[in-house]
Ligand binder design. Structure first.
Ligand code: NAD
Length: 416
């Protein structure tokens, strides 16, 4: 895994796309930095009565198109630059799918596996208390990310509502259904990964049903993507998690592997398969590769050995800019993260809309609306790619997204 700074990757991606746009350097510079970053040290009581300090961040990248929006991740490697990069990707992601939000992201430097549920609840409520002045249904709306889910979102919502003495389910998305969550939210990221994979194969005049697939990372995004792509008729031959990778050339059963991982905590040890390293999985001879773990999974060296024809980025930032250049030169079609995994934020937007309307949609409606948002965003991307003769789908996605943010900024005039 490369040590590439994700924030520098984001800035390079913006520069690459801005070179194809008629936008001044001053405006581009604005689009390469967050508007503000909160850094806090949380003091949290452990079960043994001791107090432990945890560093946490919230980056608000750009609010030109609406309230800041983005997940909160719990991971030992969280850093200020990682959170800043992720908040920028959120701004561009919201713009490409046309949901009226800016970008935000948060994280706590913590390994959740080392803590009990009561410790994690105190940690989460402590962060939510610090976030209180920054967040709100019209200000900044957090959501789940790596190692956080409905449980943490419910705690954050409850903390905010208690402190504000109100009910405001739209302060956070990714909640449990019982707490104002949306049907279809848990599956949304994997669903947009599947939809963009399907559209990418169609773009290449190929049938995804004939494809072999490898998925790196078998959490929320990866396991749902694997199941839904399998439902299109494709053969998922390899999946992995932080414990390693498993491979069966005849095809794995995506649902059974997920059930096994739920039981045992990892995909490795699954019966009747070959075990391999994550790097071996990433270079397997498959038609479709879905990186769905963390950023910088593929660097320029590894990219030389990638054998897939299509990469659909379920994870945020899984390719370094160097890897991107190599893969573009090698004509590998990469569907960029800001579109491929935008299902999560799109259904988060639907959840927020439902919360504000106090009216719940059916799962079928959520999935239909999601499909229409993602397929039309994919068509906008292809249109920009072909009209401006752009080098890659990633540049095309940023060209569309940057133009939309710039339009919102310029059309609003300048506040002195
Ligand atoms: P998750 O915690 O549910 O799953 C992450 C998976 O990656 C786990 O299976 C973990 O074991 C695996 N993993 C970690 N390090 C690994 C490594 N070095 N090699 C292989 N596997 C490794 O997280 P998630 O929600 O599925 O998020 C995964 C990615 O998708 C992240 O980049 C996240 O930002 C992105 N994403 C998630 C959502 C969402 O709604 N969940 C939305 C948009 C983007």
């Amino acid at each position: 895994m490369s040590e590439q700074n994700p924030f520098e990757s984001l800035q390079e991606q913006v520069d690459d796309a801005a070179a194809h746009l008629d936008v001044g350097d001053d405006v581009v510079e604005r689009l390469k930095h967050p508007e503000r970053v909160l850094e806090v040290n949380l003091s949290v009581e452990m079960d043994d009565g001791s107090i432990r300090r945890f560093k946490a961040f919230r980056s608000q990248f750009n609010g030109d198109r609406g309230p800041y929006k983005g997940g909160i991740r719990y991971h030992p490697n969280v850093s200020r630059d990682e959170v800043k990069a992720l908040s920028g990707w959120m701004a561009y992601k919201c713009a490409i799918v046309g949901v009226p939000y800016g970008g935000g992201k948060g994280g706590i430097i913590v390994d959740p596996d080392e803590h009990s549920e009561p410790e994690l609840e105190r940690l989460t409520r402590s962060f939510a208390t610090e976030l209180r002045p920054l967040v709100g249904p019209d200000r900044d709306i957090p959501a789940p990310d790596v190692n956080t889910g409905q449980r943490e979102m419910n705690w954050i919502k409850d903390t905010y509502e208690t402190l504000e003495n109100t009910t405001a389910p739209g302060v956070i998305t990714g909640k449990a259904l019982s707490a104002g969550g949306s049907e279809g939210r848990v599956e949304a990221t994997g669903r947009s990964t599947m939809l963009t994979a399907r559209d990418a194969f169609e773009h290449l005049d190929r049938d995804i049903a004939d494809a072999t697939v490898a998925v790196q990372g078998y959490g929320n995004a990866g396991s749902v993507a694997a199941r839904l792509i399998e439902e299109l008729g494709a053969t998922v031959v390899a999946v992995s998690d932080s414990s390693g990778a498993i491979y069966d050339p005849d095809g794995l059963d995506a649902v059974a592997v997920k059930a096994y991982k739920n039981d045992t905590g990892s995909v490795t040890g699954y019966d009747g398969v070959e075990e391999m390293s994550n790097d071996d999985l990433l270079t397997l001879d498959v038609d479709l590769l879905v990186p769905a773990a963390l950023e910088n999974a593929i660097d320029a060296d590894l990219a030389e050995d990638v054998s897939a024809d299509v990469i659909v980025e379920a994870a945020n930032g899984p390719l370094t800019p160097g890897a991107d250049d190599v893969l573009t030169d090698r004509d590998v079609l990469v569907v960029p993260d800001i579109l491929a995994n935008a299902g999560g934020v799109t259904v988060s937007y639907f959840e927020w809309v439902q919360n504000r309307q106090r009216f719940a949609w059916s799962e079928a409606r959520v999935n239909d609306e999601l499909e229409s948002v993602i397929t039309s965003a994919f068509a906008d991307l292809v249109d920009a790619y072909e009209t401006h003769d752009l080098p890659s789908f990633r540049v095309a996605a940023y060209v569309v997204a940057i133009q939309r943010i710039v339009d919102a900024y310029v059309d609003s005039g300048t506040w002195p």
